[in-house]
Design a binder for this molecule. Structure first.
Ligand code: ASP
Length: 437
């Protein structure tokens, strides 16, 4: 049996909801459905963005702002042939709560109403995510959710569940971060022990590279969770990066599919390399699965003679990043030097950080390079093939691109290359040319 999630674009118009309905009813295995709130159309904003405006309005204005959202749902319900008073009770309850409601409650109403509408259209049960997905003090509680969800869904043979939110120990609605319905879908897939988590969106799948920079980039047919993590981190944002964890725990593959292009094969994301064996000819030949990158990192270079024998040097330097609450992305290091790569921060924070590191480790030399772009070359295939890094480096050097940093993780499924922001696009094109992905 399959758990299936539809993103906002799939739920945005009467036609797209009808397409969704057809997809679900075409396959009796598709029994548990998770939905986002209706997305953008030619002349309307995403419902979640509209709801953020409701939240930001003054308490007296909120009801008026919400009427734009309710009108949109009414049009959808009408187009889908639902009774005229279908949303009356819910609209009343929401309107009454609005003046004193908090952010999470208000933004979650898009998913709530959307799931109710789809459940009625399909003749499936509606199950409120607040009864299934559990938070404790604003932190998602995975173990408790797993138990509650399993019990809660047992009674329902077919159900539609709103994505994006759950509730805490006091019954208060708590939302995930933006795009969080992907996580809800993964949680539901694990709870019902699905054989597959289908995630329907509006693109054909993950691309081998950013098609705006490399026009001949193609859709990747199959990826492992690990490869996906590396790519998602570098900004390939088809799926919410946290949505992998619940399904990975249960070894459930994810299939990214396009609601609007049913001929596309999509991208399958499988738990381990074992799933790849023998099946995918193209992957056997290719050391690289995809190349992705992001601009605007900073690199702090710290140099001190005999650094390697100074116990606690790295810890002392990194504790400054912790104090300033700056996540560290990479730490390539040499015998007497280390570079700490992190996402760009404000100038005053960068200056304070440098002073703190100087005080903590008393370096011989310290300097900050701004405008660093990182490119990840990702693929399990590189582990068994010598020379992948050498090929990447010499290709960049032939293209006269200065390589500022190179870091290969111990897992040997990625090589991270640092170039300047200005060289970013050229480097992506050159690397694609080298690996012909
Ligand atoms: N509707 C929410 C958002 O726009 C959650 C989601 O779509 O996953 O972020």
């Amino acid at each position: 049996m399959k758990a299936i999630k539809f993103g906002g674009t799939s739920m945005s118009t009467v036609d797209s909801v009808n397409a969704v309905k057809k997809i679900i009813l075409d396959d009796p295995e598709r029994r548990y459905v998770v939905v986002s709130a209706p997305g953008k159309t030619a002349d309307e904003r995403k419902v979640t963005d509209m709801l953020i405006s409701v939240y930001e309005a003054s308490p007296e204005q909120r009801v008026k702002e919400f009427s734009v959202v309710s009108a949109r749902f009414e049009r959808l319900a009408y187009g889908l042939g639902l009774p005229q008073n279908f949303f009356d009770e819910d609209f009343n309850a929401i309107t009454q709560a609005l003046p004193s409601a908090d952010y999470d409650y208000i933004v979650s109403r898009g998913e709530y109403l959307c799931a109710k509408m789809l459940a009625a259209t399909l003749g499936f049960d509606f199950v409120d995510a607040a009864t299934l997905i559990k938070f404790r003090d604003n932190v998602y509680d995975d173990d408790y959710t797993e138990t509650v969800c399993k019990i809660g869904l047992k009674k329902h043979k077919r159900a539609v569940i709103p994505g994006f939110y759950g509730s805490d120990q006091n019954g208060r609605v708590v939302a995930f971060s933006r795009g969080g319905s992907d996580i809800s879908g993964a949680i539901i897939a694990r709870a019902v022990n699905a054989s597959l988590y289908e995630n329907f969106t509006d693109v054909d799948g993950f691309m081998t590279c950013d098609p705006r920079i490399v026009p001949h980039a193609s859709v990747i047919d199959i990826l492992t969770y690990k490869e996906l993590r590396e790519l998602a981190y570098m900004g390939a944002n088809v799926l919410h990066p946290e949505s992998i964890f619940p399904v990975r725990k249960a070894n459930i593959p994810i299939h990214i599919l396009n609601t609007f292009n049913r001929n596309a094969q999509g991208t399958k994301i499988v738990p381990t390399e074992d799933f790849l064996k023998g099946k995918y000819e193209r992957r056997k030949k290719m050391p690289i699965t995809a190349i992705a990158g992001r601009k605007d990192f900073y690199a702090l270079y710290i140099d001190k003679s005999m650094m390697n024998s100074e116990i606690g040097f790295i810890r002392n330097a990194l504790s400054c990043f912790e104090r300033f609450d700056i996540p560290v992305e990479h730490i390539p290091s040499g015998i007497d030097s280390m570079t700490v790569v992190f996402s760009a921060v404000a100038d005053d924070v960068a200056n304070d950080l440098i002073s703190a590191v100087k005080k903590a480790v008393n370096p011989d030399h310290i300097s900050l390079t701004k405008d660093v772009a990182l490119i990840a070359i990702v693929g399990h295939g590189m582990r068994s093939r010598p020379g992948t890094a050498a090929r990447a480096i010499s290709r960049l050097s032939n293209a006269e691109i200065n390589l500022r940093m190179i870091d290969q993780g111990a897992s040997e499924i990625n090589i991270i290359l640092g170039v300047s922001n200005d060289d970013f696009e050229r480097a992506l094109v050159a690397l694609n040319g080298e690996f012909e992905i």
